[in-house]
Every structure is written in C-alpha cells, then in structure tokens.
Design a binder for this molecule. Sequence first.
Ligand code: TXD
Length: 309
Amino acid sequence: MARPKVTVVGAGNVGATTAQYIVERELADVVLTDVVDGLPQGKALDLLQAGPVHGYDCRITGANDYEPTAGSDLIVITAGLARKPGMSRDDLLMMNAEIVGGVVAETTRRSPTAILIIVTNPLDAMAQLAFRRSGFPKQRVIGMAGVLDSARFRTFIAQELDVSVENVTAFVLGGHGDSMVPLPRYSTVAGIPITELLSKERLDALVKRTANGGAEIVALLKTGSAYYAPAASVVEMVEAILKDKKKVLPCTAYLEGEYGLKGLFVGVPVKLGRRGIEEIVQITLAPDEAAALGRSAAAVRELTDKLGI
Ligand code: TXD
C-alpha cells in the first residue's frame, strides 16, 4: 500500500519539526517547501539521512516550487512571517494573509482532495482565509491551536499535582492566545475533575500561565517562538486523520450555528478522521464559559472583518 503524502509548507521551526515527527512515526512521505532557496532541500536531505539511524523509510523531499506537492492527502501550512520591530499586529495580519492566500491557491489547485491544517498566525483568521480561498468544504479546513493550548495546560496540571501527563486531559476552547477559554470542569486527572484537586487560586494561576504559554517561550527564546509542542500538536492531528482514528481533539473549525456562532473559525472539540472534521462535538457551557467564548469569537471576528473574509 502506498504511503500517504503530506506537504508541509514553510521549512522554518514548526514546519521542519513537523516533517521530522511525521517521518519518525512513519506516518507519510513528506514534501517540505519554502521560498528560501536550498532551505527545504537541505533540511529534507538531512532528515532523510536520519532515516537509517531511526529506522524509517519515508521519503522526504524539499522544493521551492509546488509541482512536487501534487496529489497530497494532507497539506500543513506553517509559512509566514513573525512580527519584527516596528510592525503592528495588523501589518502581520496583512502580510501573512498575502502569504497564506498564495500558498492555499498554489497547493489546493494541485491537491484538490487534500485536507488543510493551518498553523500560521493569527491562526483563526488564517484558517478562515484558507477556507474562503480554497473553496474546500468546511470539513477539510482545520486550524491547529487547541491541541497545543491544552497540551500546555496538561503540562502545568501534571507538574502541579506531580502526576503523569498521561493521566491528565484538558479542554481549551476559543481563539488561539489571549482569548482562549480553558474549561477546568472538563479537565481531569484519571477521570477526576481538576476542580476537585486544585484550589481556585492555583487553578486560576495555571489557566493564566496557559493563556500566556506562547509569550513565555518567546520571552525566553528571544529570536523565535515555540515549535516542539506546536509541531507535536500538528502531528497528533495528522495521525488522527491519516489513521482515521475518530479522535476528539480541540481544533479550530468553521461554525455554522454550533455554540451559537455562525460563519467563523473558532476552537471547539471536533472528531478527526480520514474525512477531516467528521463532527463538531457540542457540550453545554456554563454562562461564564459561553460569555468567554463569545468574547473570544468577537476578537477573531475583528480580524476577519479587517481582511474582508
Ligand atoms: O498554535 C499555533 N497555531 C502556532 C502558530 C504555534 C507556533 C507557531 N505559530 C505560527 O506558525 C507562527 O506565529 C508563524 O506564523 C508560523 C510559523 O512559525 P515558525 O516558528 O515555524 O516560523 P519560522 O521559523 O519563521 O518559519 C516560517 C517559514 C520560513 O522558513 C519562511 O521562509 C517561510 O515560512 N515562508 C514561506 N514559505 C513558503 N511560501 C511562502 N510564501 C513563504 N513565506 C515565508
């Protein structure tokens, strides 16, 4: 049986690490692309040469054009710019919209049945842009944010209680970043709600650290942002899709009335399988949680309005 084919656009930190984790798990052959001459080719060749040591046979190729991406089952888009001194958030929005719009047009034309996973920030707006530009059904356009945000929350809960991360599940809804909505009452340690195990003060502190999780790492790294946990999160989604696992994960999805939101990409629990988003899982929210999700959606709407999408 032929291995699935995954294109990863952007051979920077998140893109290259995503390619690495995909081949290490032998999930798919990978085509890595970037605008920088030699970068995707060099990283692809290097990764290929780790194959004999790690014991994987997946093919990894690098390219600056899109021809080699044709017929991909899955396309992960990490291409984009980070904010530079003097640049506003709006500048970044406009520049990344230009990049992501172009990448979506080039890749989806050559892989019309692929599933898109969007990673580039501002995440929710870029997912919406990819949905509009591709013309793909909503099931096949997915944003990655919730898996990462909940992985961060799980890490901090496990540290706090000195238990295995494997015991901890956590749920985070809403937009990526400041406006995310962690749901402590749906977060558990071996099935026990964490609200039973942690005081309100400690829980609030962990929630705050989670919402600030990206900025904490940027402040330490100084020259870039997080990429190991983001790439691991992308690959959990890739695996759920390619293996048709029907795994329920928090992902950024296009809502048409679910959670009282319409015509917008927001983070919600979804079931991921070979057809992409196979279901949006609806849970009842408490009034304060619903209000927080509404505020988060309004922040996303502000950006999509600016892009006119
Ligand atoms: O939770 C999440 N969704 C995120 C999002 C978690 C981590 C990172 N997040 C965002 O992903 C981040 O804010 C950026 O917008 C992207 C990529 O982050 P990364 O850390 O990988 O950035 P790099 O290392 O700068 O890599 C970006 C690459 C770089 O090699 C550029 O040359 C390339 O993108 N690039 C392009 N590739 C292809 N085509 C075009 N047009 C292009 N423009 C830039």
